[in-house]
Design a binder for this molecule. Sequence first.
Ligand code: NAD
Length: 490
Amino acid sequence: MQKYDLFINGAWQRPESGEWFDTHNPFTGEPWARIPRGNAADAEKAVAAAHTAFTAGPWSKLTATARGAMLRRLGDLIARDAEKLAATEVRDNGKLYAEMLGQVKYLPQWYYYYGGLADKIEGSVVPIDKDGFFTYTRHEPLGVIVAITPWNSPLLLATLKLAPALAAGNTVVLKPSEFTSASALEFVRLVTEAGFPDGVINVVTGLGGEVGAPLVAHPKVAKIAFTGGEQGGIAAYESAARGLKDMVLELGGKSPNIVFDDAIIDNAVKGAIAGIFAASGQTCIAGSRLLVQDSIYDVFLDKLVAFAKTAKLGDPMHPDTQVGPVTTPAQHKKILDYIAIAKGEGARCVLGGGTPTNSPGPWFVEPTIFAEVTNDMRIAREEVFGPVLSVIRFRDEEEAVAIANDTPYGLAAGIWTENVGRALRVEKQLRAGTVWVNAYRAMSFMMPFGGFKRSGLGRENGIDAIREYLETKSVWINTTGQTANPFVLR
Ligand code: NAD
């Protein structure tokens, strides 16, 4: 079995605990690699390395243009090794190779985009209202950034943080999910090859409580970018608050995918499928509440079930497979528990509803559809993070918006209609960070991404995301050669 070490200060280091744990292939359920069990002592070493690289190392002396070039080189190396990195991700999280390869091949764009932005971060000369001063602002990096990621899209979610944070001139400690750490440890090999000085990018692995929490609490950490579940997110946010640190928080969702009766039905069926069965429903943006207008509800449901029935379950590495396993046994159990809850609540199971007969592996769940769900049921309110769809009826636009917004979350939403006015009216009323019209599950390095309400704080992607990793300094230069009355504010 492959055995990994931690990557700290440009070198592979054994965990201070002297312990490793297994990571499993979700398709077979078998362990395939040993991951170092980092702890507070490793967190200390990684933050110290990142802090030194930020304050004293060659990194802080590089021009922004040179930093940008390094980021672009890293992008090229990811493109070169995309197949290997994607296969590692599949072995760890069980998502389709086609999906992971698509994601990894897209990652260089983040490094090119933010690499290009690195030397375009301009301050401004302020035409100050007081005589005798020349005033300007500059935008400076914060210091050490801790990036914490979940298991569903490990390298993509790390990249959303690393690319802007590094472009801004910060240094980083990445803590990937304990279930999917291998791809980060493979990726980090490329960092030295791209020319990044020691300590600029460090990877420590281990459990959230054992190594994630000490990283968040560390006084030399300036900011935390966290993607994950609500429980871990809130724990990290509370700890960050005690240290007066800011956070970017990307949390869960219960996103509405709304189908009006004037939609192109076949397109909307595909959009509903993409929203919930792609990645076996293990995406934060899953369109797990499908809102369908009363007048087409039955016809739509029939078509949806007929299409979903054709989904091929199997080996995620196989090009014909459409639905793979879920990532962990705990997640498998959680999904089955939610299916039981939905049945108990009186939702009508019209497809799936359990582990498939002749299951291709131990951790598969059938694509499952519940009809006649009402928005007050737990299956409509809580994030399942699996291939389980709740179909909810609505009468008109007003009711669709009310149901869509009646959720603690606000990550994403879909609207299916051929009426432009309706699309614009409904989009404007939806409390969600991303709204797709006649599409679902599209993402770009250029488009801001993040949540309203309990789906998170701050934004990733787009030009503004680099501001998350910058601090503004205001500089006042006295041009008079004199000092004014020291007892009076100027
Ligand atoms: P999780 O919260 O269990 O773990 C996420 C990461 O946080 C892991 O690396 C974990 O070790 C770490 N962690 C946990 N507790 C911590 C603590 N107290 N201090 C520091 N670190 C801690 O989440 P998960 O189960 O791996 O991922 C699934 C969740 O992620 C879902 O809720 C999903 O919606 C969410 N998610 C959100 C987005 C988004 O962009 N909004 C994207 C993907 C996934």
